[in-house]
Design a protein. Structure first.
Length: 289
């Protein structure tokens, strides 16, 4: 199938980024969230992000106008999915929520619609099991911030059809991303490696081996990482990383056990960039220390 239209269900940070990049890449995009107010607010934020891209010289005015013309909204998943070729779910990392969202969407979808989850760690097979055509279900794991990050993990479960994987890869490549293909397993490739490094960095901070800034500098200058693991955790969200670590620990063992320092920070509301404090202090999306 030649995919030309996409529904993005969920207008949080990831959903907005996916929708923006898809619209800039020539896809017709419809966005949807839990209610009309949230959906409209998400669409406004996507349009504001396109404005900022023009201000930074990343996009010209004609490109912004074209992307805006391709964007629209719907107020329930079924309406969003009714006339598209691909549905991408980008709701919070809860298996039952993802299943319910996609079940509601595909009831109105056309035969052959490709269905993707943006999950960073949950089982694609478990998500697919709730849907009528599991062979058309894949993972499409984008990275934050979506407009800047070049990687998309395409995840297949045992029953995924080969053409579904090929179509997902083609969509990612049309968006200007590099696609890697990964077998369905806890944490896939990127989250499994990223969480292992992130949890060890937090343990080192907890044990007062070095400061957060020095731990991050070690990985940036010593290993060429563009960002240290603690700053990355702030960007992703400490609550998100805690949930992934708990999931991986339950399935892969104690080596993924979250440090108590991470649990305390989440309990105290220190969630990273989005709350203004995590391992660093943040204001208006910028690191202060």
């Amino acid at each position: 199938m030649q995919i030309s239209s996409i529904a993005v269900i969920g207008t949080g940070t990831m959903g907005r980024g996916i929708a923006q990049v898809a619209a800039q890449s020539g896809f017709t995009v419809v966005v949807c969230d839990v209610d009309q107010a949230t959906t409209v607010a998400g669409l406004v934020k996507i349009r504001s992000s396109l404005d900022r891209a023009v201000e930074r010289g990343k996009l010209d005015a004609d490109g912004r106008a074209a992307a805006n013309a391709r964007l629209s909204s719907a107020f329930d998943p079924g309406q969003a999915a009714a006339r598209v070729d691909l549905v991408i779910e980008a709701v919070p990392e809860e298996l039952e929520l993802k299943q319910r969202t996609l079940v509601a969407a595909v009831r109105s979808a056309r035969p052959g619609t490709l269905v993707a989850s943006n999950t960073s760690s949950l089982s694609i097979a478990a998500i697919a099991a709730a849907l009528p055509v599991p062979s058309r279900v894949v993972g499409m794991h984008f990275f934050n911030p979506v407009p800047a990050m070049k990687l998309v993990e395409i995840v297949h479960h045992a029953g995924t059809a080969a053409d579904a994987v090929a179509e997902a890869c083609a969509v990612a490549e049309r968006m200007g991303k590099t696609a890697i293909v990964v077998r369905d397993a806890p944490g896939f490739a990127s989250s499994r490696l990223g969480i292992a490094l992130g949890m060890e960095a937090i343990r080192m901070l907890e044990e007062e081996i070095a400061s957060a800034a020095d731990i991050d500098t070690a990985m940036r200058l010593g290993y060429g990482h563009p960002m240290g693991p603690l700053e990355l955790t702030d960007l992703v969200g400490l609550d998100v990383r805690l949930a992934i670590a708990d999931y991986l620990a339950a399935r892969l063992g104690d080596r993924f056990r979250p440090p108590e320092l991470l649990r305390r920070k989440v309990a105290d509301g220190e969630l990273g960039q989005k709350s203004g404090r995590g391992f660093y202090r943040w204001q208006d999306g910028k690191r202060l220390d």
